[in-house]
Design a protein around this ligand. Structure first.
Ligand code: 0RQ
Length: 510
């Protein structure tokens, strides 16, 4: 018997993952834990994938709806994707197999702002006829004697899933360090339409909830013991282009501090996932800013570096997204990190109210941006959805500074990240303040669409694409049927994309 299950009543609920999965009927709606490869269930999803195969061999269907916090790991999205054991997935995905299934039209996916996920589930929009979910399948670190639950390496949307599910399956993962206890701040954002009060987080380091989940123990149908690592992916050392992007952002911060618009210790940092975001954090660690804070959704290696150097005082998030080396370092220093790191539910970490109150600096990657500043974070023309909007929209709309960053070209220079019209729009011109590439920082604040176009083409577009972007803009200005506010030529708006699909290059043949 695991020494992580201390509550007497729940000891009798321990069973294998296969036995737990056998309780889940075809068509069930599951709320599962997991956020950026941290804290997702690792045994029951594989058992469900096996069941899907077994049932299908008997000629019976087996598919479930899988709601999570954000992306998970191969045991969930890859295994259940390969076996097509999922019919509908929400609200974010980062798995390549699952992505292929969405883009092949085999599995339905709804991409969603991560701050909305818990609320929409609580409103009953994803439930059965009685608005409930069938099961919450949640990874935890420990079940205490009094039945309170120590959360795992992510909190995600778990409080909503506990609130709305009829039954619970808890995976107690002994791989998670028990000393995570005390790092979480569980504050439940609940209440019907119009009945909610303010969230009392006034600063990044405010703790307003409890360190554990308090759940209805009578709903626990199964407890499964696991000992499996999170999906910890290594980071690449920042490449030249990433370092240049980071430098433009650091120079921008310097300018804002000098102008008296930003304090010397900056504002609470939100940083997306990926190599560019990590390069910015590396740059901040090598730079001169001190006493920084972070109010973000994931804690990656660069955040640990900043905490280690003492330049960052606190990091508030909903999950970890560290490399295998980062995990070793985290476990080694966990007692110090417990004082510096706060893990919250994603409807608090990403809540517009808090983000706007504490005035974050949002920094997220983009796929493409158009000359007027509309940003596509999610869709690749000719391929379909990449990952999802994640928390980028929560932070982009509500932060004091909203910065999007990407290399100016993709696929060996054949694709321009700056296009006449974005082929999908996640963030509108109203939400974008800075578009940054290795060539420069386009500052869009206080600019009309035409002024933005000039700034974006001159500062952020790759030099080899500037002439054709100018050509598009100038001819749109002369287009009698376009209007002079945001001029376009509809028949050519997607000419970069269509040319790429036909010839493999967005540039016209000479
Ligand atoms: O393709 O993997 O085949 O090489 O897209 O691009 O440049 O490696 O950058 O990993 O930082 O991802 C926007 C997807 C950028 C990410 C996005 C191809 C490119 C490559 C990846 P390959 P890069 P990144 C916090 C906030 C939305 C969610 C978000 C993202 C692959 O940042 O998912 O912000 N953001 N969350 O070659 C065709 C283009 C392309 C292109 C890039 N214009 N056309 N292909 N690629 N641009 C996190 C959470 O909320 C959980």
């Amino acid at each position: 018997m695991s020494n992580r299950i201390l509550h007497k009543g729940l000891k009798s609920k321990v069973m294998s993952a296969e036995e737990a999965a056998a309780m889940i009927p075809n068509g069930a709606i599951l709320g599962m834990s997991g956020f950026t490869g941290a804290g997702y269930p690792k045994a029951v999803p594989i058992a469900l994938a096996k069941r899907a195969i077994e049932e299908r061999m008997k000629g019976k269907p087996f598919k479930v709806t899988a709601l999570t916090g954000a992306s998970t790991g191969p045991e969930l999205d890859q295994a259940m994707g390969l076996t097509e054991a999922i019919s509908f997935r929400f609200p974010y995905n980062g798995d390549a197999v699952m992505r292929e299934k969405f883009n092949a039209g085999v599995i339905e996916y709804q991409d969603m702002h991560l701050s909305h996920a818990g609320s929409l589930v609580r409103y009953g929009y994803y439930g059965r006829k009685d608005n409930k979910l069938d099961f919450a399948v949640i990874e935890v670190t420990k079940i205490k004697e009094d039945g309170t639950i120590v959360p795992s390496s992510s909190v995600g949307a778990n409080t909503a899933y506990f609130d709305v599910a009829e039954k619970y399956i808890l995976e107690v993962n002994e791989w998670q360090d028990e000393r995570l206890e005390g790092m979480h701040d569980i504050y439940t954002v609940s209440g019907k339409h119009g009945e909610r009060g303010p969230i009392p987080v006034m600063k990044a380091d405010d703790r307003v909830g409890t360190p554990t989940y308090t759940i209805d123990l009578s709903k626990v149908a199964a407890v499964v013991v696991t000992n499996n690592p999170d999906r910890n992916a290594p980071f690449k050392a920042p490449e030249d282009v990433h370092k240049k992007i980071a430098q433009h952002i650091l120079d921008f911060f310097d300018g804002e501090v000098k102008a008296g618009r930003m304090p010397k210790n900056l504002l609470p940092l939100q940083s997306g996932v990926g190599n560019i975001a990590n390069a910015v954090l590396v740059g901040l660690n090598e730079g001169h800013f001190e006493g920084m804070t972070s109010y973000t959704e994931v804690i990656q290696d660069g955040m640990l570096d900043l905490l280690d150097s003492g330049k960052l005082k606190v990091a508030s998030a909903t999950a970890f997204s560290v490399s295998p080396d980062g995990q070793v370092r985290f476990n080694k220093n966990i007692d110090r990190y417990r004082k510096q790191i706060i893990l919250r539910p994603q409807d608090v970490s990403n809540h517009p109210e808090v983000i706007r109150r504490i005035a974050c600096i949002a920094m997220n990657g983009f796929v493409e941006a158009d000359i007027y500043g509309h940003v596509n974070s999610t869709h690749i023309a000719g391929k379909g959805i990449e990952n999802g909007i994640g928390g980028s929209g929560d932070f982009a709309r509500n932060s004091a500074y909203t910065i999007f960053m990407s290399p100016a070209t993709a696929k060996d220079g054949k694709i321009s990240a700056i296009v006449p019209f974005a082929s999908h729009i996640d963030h509108t011109e109203h939400d974008t303040m800075g578009i940054v590439t290795e060539f420069g920082f386009a500052d869009l604040r206080g600019k009309s669409p035409k002024q933005r176009a000039k700034e974006i083409i001159e500062k952020a577009a790759a030099p080899e694409f500037r002439p054709i972007l100018w050509d598009y803009f100038k001819r749109s200005m002369a287009n009698p049927s376009a209007g002079r506010h945001t001029p376009h030529m509809f028949e050519e708006a997607f000419s970069f994309h269509t040319r790429f699909l036909k010839t493999g290059d967005m540039k016209p043949k000479k």
